[in-house]
Design a protein around this ligand. Structure first.
Ligand code: ATP
Ligand code: MG
Length: 436
C-alpha cells in the first residue's frame, strides 16, 4: 500500500497533539471566563449559505471552496456563516438577547499549501451576537489578546473600520475613481475586481498594488458620524483596558460581510502567513441570512499558526506532558496476573498506570518505564509475589525501597495509591488534575 495523506491535509501526531490540547484547553478556559458557551456545528452546509454570507466575489467563494456540485453542498470554509445559520434556525436570540458563542474545529479551503497554509486547517472561533456597543468590540479583541498572551505568544493587534452601508458606497466610488487612474499598474486580480470588489486592492499583497494604494483615499476619512464615533470609542476602550493596538487603514479582510470594526492579530515570524487571527463586525449579516435584525462581531484564530508560533517562540506546552505515575514491571506469569489487576485498580483511582504485557526482561521493562516518563516503578517478580515483597523505585531520585504486597490487589492498590499521591506535587495529584 502506498496511500498517503491528501496534499494540504495533515496528520497531527501524538507529540504535536499535546500542543493542540494545550491550546484548546487554554482557549476554552479563557472563553468561559468571558462568558462564552460552546456550540458544535456540522462541517457540511448548503453552498448557498456561504455564497450569500461570505460574498460571491471573494477569494473563498470564487476559488477556494470544496463543493459537491451535484448536491449543492460545501465543506465549511469558515465558521461564522454556519454559526449564524444555527443561531437563526434555533431562534437562540429568544432565550437571551446577547449571545456569546464559540466553536472550534476544521475548515476547508482549496489553497496552495505551504507553511501555515493548509487545505484542512483548524480555527478557534468566537462570536458575540446582539451587542452593537463598541465595548463589545473591545471586549472581544481583549479576549483574543489575552489568549495570545497566556499562550506566551507575541502578536500585534491591528484595527480598522470599514464603515457601514451609509458611508461605504461613497467611499467605494471615491476609491474606484482613484484606482482607475492607475489600473494599468495593478495586478490582474485587482484589475478584474476593480468594479466588483475594489476594496480588496487596499490589502493586495502585490508590490505594484501596494505602491498604488499607498496614496489612495482613506476609508477612515470617509466614515459617517455614527461609524466615526463607534471607531473612536473602540479605540478609547482598548486603550482603557490596556490592550495595545495600531490602526491599519489598508486592512479590508477577504469576506464581504464585515461592517465597521475589523481587526487582525499579526506576527512577523510566519513569513507570508502573517495573520494568526482575524475578525470583525457584521451588523447586517444576520438579517441578510433571514434572521432577526441583530448585530454581531467575531474572530477566528488559526490553530496551525498558533502551533507554529509556539514552536518558534519556544514557549512549549507548560502543562505536564502525559506522564505515567506508576509503571509496574512484572516478571513471570503469576506476577503478570497480579500486576494486571493492580494497574487496573490504580487507574480506577485516577492514576496513570502502565505495564508491559510482553514478558520482557527487567532491563527492557525499566527502559520502557523510562520512555513513558514514569515517576515510580514497582518491580514484582514471581518470587517477590510469593514473599509478598516488591521493590518500589523512585525514578527521579533513583532511590528504591521495599514495598509490602498484600494478598488482595485491592488493598495493595490502596496503599500504593496513598504512598504515590503523597509524594506527587500537590498540583499534580489526581483529584487536582480531575478538578481541572
Ligand atoms: P490569509 O490572509 O492568511 O489567507 P484569511 O484572511 O484568509 O488569512 P480568515 O478567513 O480571516 O483568514 O481566517 C482566520 C484565521 O484562520 C487566519 O488568520 C489564519 O490564522 C487561519 N487560516 C485561514 N486560512 C488558513 C489556511 N488555509 N491554513 C491555515 N490557517 C488558515
Ligand atoms: Mg485566505
Amino acid at each position: 500500500m502506498n496511500i498517503k495523506a491528501v496534499q494540504g491535509f495533515k496528520d497531527i501526531l501524538p507529540g504535536e497533539a499535546v500542543l493542540w490540547q494545550h491550546i484548546e484547553h487554554k482557549a476554552r478556559s479563557i472563553f468561559h471566563r468571558f462568558g462564552f458557551a460552546e456550540i458544535r456545528l456540522p462541517l457540511l452546509e448548503e453552498t448557498e449559505l456561504f455564497a450569500r454570507s461570505i460574498g460571491q466575489t471573494t477569494d473563498i467563494v470564487e476559488k477556494e471552496m470544496y463543493t459537491f456540485v451535484d448536491k449543492g453542498l460545501t465543506l465549511r470554509p469558515e465558521a461564522t456563516a454556519s454559526l449564524l445559520r444555527a443561531f437563526i434556525e434555533h431562534g437562540l436570540h429568544v432565550q437571551q438577547p446577547v449571545q456569546k458563542l464559540y466553536t472550534m474545529g476544521p475548515m476547508f479551503r482549496h489553497e496552495r499549501p505551504q507553511k501555515g497554509r493548509l487545505r484542512q486547517f483548524h480555527q478557534l472561533d468566537a462570536e458575540i451576537i446582539g451587542a452593537p456597543e463598541p465595548a463589545a468590540d473591545a471586549e472581544l479583541m481583549a479576549m483574543g489578546s489575552m489568549l495570545l498572551a497566556e499562550l506566551g505568544l507575541t502578536a500585534s493587534l491591528e484595527i480598522n473600520s470599514l464603515g457601514c452601508t451609509d458611508c461605504r458606497p461613497a467611499f467605494r466610488e471615491q476609491l474606484v475613481t482613484y484606482l482607475r487612474r492607475f489600473a494599468g499598474e495593478m495586478c490582474a486580480d485587482c484589475q478584474r475586481r476593480m468594479e466588483s470588489n475594489p476594496l480588496r486592492a487596499l490589502d493586495c499583497k502585490s508590490q505594484h498594488c501596494k505602491k498604488v494604494v499607498a496614496d489612495a483615499p482613506s476609508i477612515l476619512d470617509a466614515l459617517c458620524p455614527g461609524c466615526r464615533d463607534h471607531f473612536d470609542r473602540v479605540r478609547d476602550y482598548l486603550a482603557f483596558l490596556g490592550v495595545p493596538y495600531s490602526v491599519n487603514r489598508f486592512m479590508v479582510r477577504g469576506l464581504d460581510y464585515y461592517s465597521r470594526t475589523t481587526f487582525e492579530f499579526t506576527t512577523t515570524s510566519l513569513g507570508a502567513q502573517s495573520a494568526v487571527g482575524a475578525g470583525g463586525r457584521y451588523d447586517g449579516l444576520i438579517a441578510q441570512l433571514g434572521g432577526p435584525e441583530l448585530p454581531g462581531i467575531g474572530f477566528a484564530m488559526g490553530i496551525e499558526r498558533l502551533i507554529l508560533l509556539l514552536q518558534q517562540q519556544g514557549e512549549l506546552c507548560p502543562a505536564p506532558a502525559a506522564q505515567t505515575e506508576v509503571f509496574v514491571a512484572a516478571l513471570g506469569e503469576e506476577a503478570g496476573r497480579y500486576s494486571l489487576a493492580l494497574v487496573h485498580l490504580l487507574r480506577r483511582q485516577g492514576l496513570r498506570a502502565a505495564m508491559d504485557h510482553g514478558g520482557r526482561s527487567l532491563k527492557a521493562q525499566m527502559k520502557q518505564a523510562g520512555r513513558l516518563n514514569a515517576r515510580f516503578t514497582l518491580i514484582i517478580g514471581d518470587n517477590e509475589l510469593a514473599d509478598r515483597k516488591a521493590v518500589l523505585r523512585d525514578m527521579a531520585g533513583q532511590s528504591q525501597e521495599d514495598f509490602g504486597l498484600q494478598d488482595s490487589p485491592e488493598t495493595c492498590a490502596d496503599s500504593l495509591y496513598t504512598l504515590v499521591t503523597n509524594r506527587l506535587p500537590v498540583n499534580e495529584r489526581p483529584d487536582c488534575i480531575r478538578r481541572d
